[in-house]
Structure formats: C-alpha cells, structure tokens
Design a protein around this ligand. Structure first.
Ligand code: SF4
Length: 376
C-alpha cells in the first residue's frame, strides 16, 4: 500500500530519499529520468502556494494532461515494484510519476529553505495541507487511518464515525477555533466518553488538515548549505518575479493607510492575518475594529483575511460589516487594558503612556507625515 505520492510529508514518501543528505538529494533529482517533470511540479507547487491552490495532475481539469496522464496511466505504482533493499541502495533510477511527485515536494522544501522566507513557508504548509485534505476526502478508509497514525492522531472506527482522544482533539482544534468553525471545535460542545469523543469523517479530515499544516511548517526551513542553494538557484531566479509580485500585491491591497504607524499590537495581528494565521476571536475583533476606525473599508479588511485557512468571504464580510455597525451598533476598538487581558498587548517604547492603540497610531502617523514632508 503506497500513498507517499499523494501525501509527500509521510514516512512512505520519505523512504524514497531518507538516505540522502540535501546535496545528494539535489543530485538525485538532477540525474533523474523525470527531471523536467520534477522541476515543473515543484514550480506548480510554488505557484499554487502563491496563488491559492496547488493544481492536481490527477484532476481531469489539470491543464497539461498529456504530460502527466501518460505517466499516471502506467499500470504499476513503481515504488511498489521495488523492495526496501533496492531503495536502500540509493537507487538513482526514476521509478515512476509518483516518485517524481514525491521528489518535487522535497525540492520545494529545499527551495523554501534557501529562500528562508517564513511567510512563504507558512503559506506552503497551508496550501499543501489543503491539497492533502482534498485527497483525503476521496481516500480509502485504510489510508485515511494510516495518514492519521503518521500524524500521531490515533483514531478508532466506530459505526461510520471515528473515536478520538480529547487530547488530540484539543491539540488541533484550538488552531481551527477563531474561525467560523468556532462552535464545532470547542471541547465543551462535544460529548465525552471516558476521554474520547466522536468525529464524523469530514471533521476528522479537517482536523488532519490542521495536523498536516503543522507538521510541514514545523519541519521547515531545513538546514541547507550554500552548495545546495547554488544548484537550485536557477529555479529560484525563474520564480523570483512571481514571488515578489505576489508579495507586493498582498501588501498593497490594504489601501492607503499608514502601515508603519500601526501600534505594535495591531501591527502584529495585521501581519499574522496577512500570513494566513488563525487569529482568536478577540484578536480578530481588535484588528477589524481598529482598521475600521482608521478609515479602512470593508472590502479592504476582508482581503486581509483572505489567506486564513478557512477563509469564507461571505461570513467574513458579514462579521466585518457587523463590527462596522450594519446591524445597529458600531463597535470601537479595545483599549490597551483590554488588549493586555487577551494577551495581545506588546507594549514598547513607542506606546509611551497611551491608554488606547488609536492614540499610538495617531501619534506615529503625525510624526511619519511630518518626516515625509520634511524630506520632500
Ligand atoms: S499599550 Fe496599547 S498600543 Fe501599546 S502595544 Fe499595548 S495595546 Fe498596543
């Protein structure tokens, strides 16, 4: 039973290259029969990371069917045909399309490790986890269980549902909370029986998605040397414009407000939101109400949350409009004291004796505008 090509973060995938250090792995890829395919897929994974979705060669809508379907059409999996002994000998032979799929994932990890860009790493983990979620949704039961095991999520099948110990639930559910799924992912809303609770298949897969995201992110960046980066720099160069363009776009989309004047607390929440991190409810409220107060409009604020793992445009828009007074009350942003209670205060010198983040923003903005006027 081979599943590494669909879930390249698993040990089943890693057994393909576990004997190689980074430079050997690069050479293995360079000498591989599927070299072009590996590079192409690595680039697709990066583009998917930037644009929002990693394309799936197994999907009928995949734009380059010939290239991949021929390989997919092969009768055997390839890896299955070879014994552990064979793989132990550091075979440089390409084994199949599936092998190339695994190596493209490994190559992207090397590329991101050379770039040392935490924003991209987080986004990559997020997109790969989403990609895996789609695969898991159509997966056989035994593989679903296997992937869960690999992630350290022990489950037991019962009457079409899954039993899970509450510690595993809490570990990942807290990361899912803070989104529209709040209610479902609170332990208090679950029936516990001797420490176990029941999940539906779709809930289990959503939980595994979070576990996958965390696993991929925690393993990066790898400790790669200059020689590795020199070998793969050409790919980075080919992707650089795309990466830069994307980053600029994200940071431009937020309108004309003065980012450099944000107080430390809001600046931190703002960055986290742009990077697609889940913010707890109180932090989301603080960020949204603050940005509305300084003149950002609903569309601009919705776009900030666009990278959240569970972004739902309609719900986000509703929440932002609600804070903006669409249903009667326009909410004001929390004071420094409240920010402190929720653990969002990052008081520093620039805050002075301010009691409200808006005071800090106005003060910093005035001084930034003054500096700009003076130097123009
Ligand atoms: S004191 Fe206020 S403005 Fe300063 S970091 Fe804390 S919450 Fe932000």
């Amino acid at each position: 039973m081979r599943y590494g090509h669909r879930y390249p973060f698993t040990s089943d995938a890693k057994r393909r290259y576990r004997f190689y250090d980074s430079i050997e792995l690069v050479k293995l890829i360079e000498e591989n029969e599927f070299y072009e395919l590996i590079i192409k897929r690595a680039k697709e994974r990066i583009i998917g990371t930037l644009r929002g979705e990693i394309t799936d060669p197994e999907d009928p809508s995949y734009p380059d069917p010939e290239f991949f379907r021929k390989a997919l059409g092969r009768e055997f999996d390839g890896v299955e045909e070879y014994s552990e002994d064979f793989l132990d000998k550091k075979s440089k032979r390409a084994l199949s399309y599936r092998d190339a799929e695994i190596l493209s994932f490994a190559l992207v990890k090397l590329i991101l490790s050379c770039l040392r860009d935490n924003y991209l790493i987080r986004r990559f983990a997020l997109r790969e986890a989403e990609y895996s979620k789609k695969k898991l949704e159509e997966e056989r039961e035994e593989i679903l269980v296997k992937v869960a095991e690999e992630l350290g999520v022990e489950i037991e099948r019962t009457n079409g549902k899954y039993l899970l110990h509450f510690t595993s639930f809490v570990k990942y559910a807290t990361k899912i909370r803070g989104t529209q799924e709040d209610f479902t992912w609170r332990l208090v809303n679950r029936d516990l029986n001797r420490g176990f609770l029941t999940l539906t298949k779709s809930e289990l897969i959503r939980l595994l998605q979070e576990a996958i995201r965390e696993k991929i992110e925690s393993e990066l960046p790898l400790n790669v040397g200059k020689d590795v980066c020199n070998h793969i720099n050409f790919i980075i160069d080919e992707m650089r414009d795309e990466i830069e363009e994307f980053r600029e776009k994200i940071f431009e989309d937020v309108g004309e407000f003065e980012e450099s004047a944000l107080p430390p607390c809001i600046e931190n929440l703002f960055r986290m939101a742009l990077e697609g991190k889940n913010l707890p409810h109180a932090s989301r409220f603080a960020l949204t109400s603050f940005l509305l107060s300084i003149g950002m409009n609903v569309d601009e604020i919705v776009s900030i949350y666009r990278n959240s793992p569970d972004f739902d445009e309609e719900k986000t828009r509703y929440q932002v409009r609600h804070i903006n007074g669409a249903t009667g009350t326009k909410y004001t942003p929390p004071s420094c004291e409240t920010m402190k209670v929720y653990g969002d205060c990052l008081r520093s010198k620039v805050c002075g004796s301010a009691k409200h983040p808006l005071q800090v923003y106005r003060k910093l903005k005035r001084s930034k505008v003054f500096e700009r006027d003076r130097s123009s």
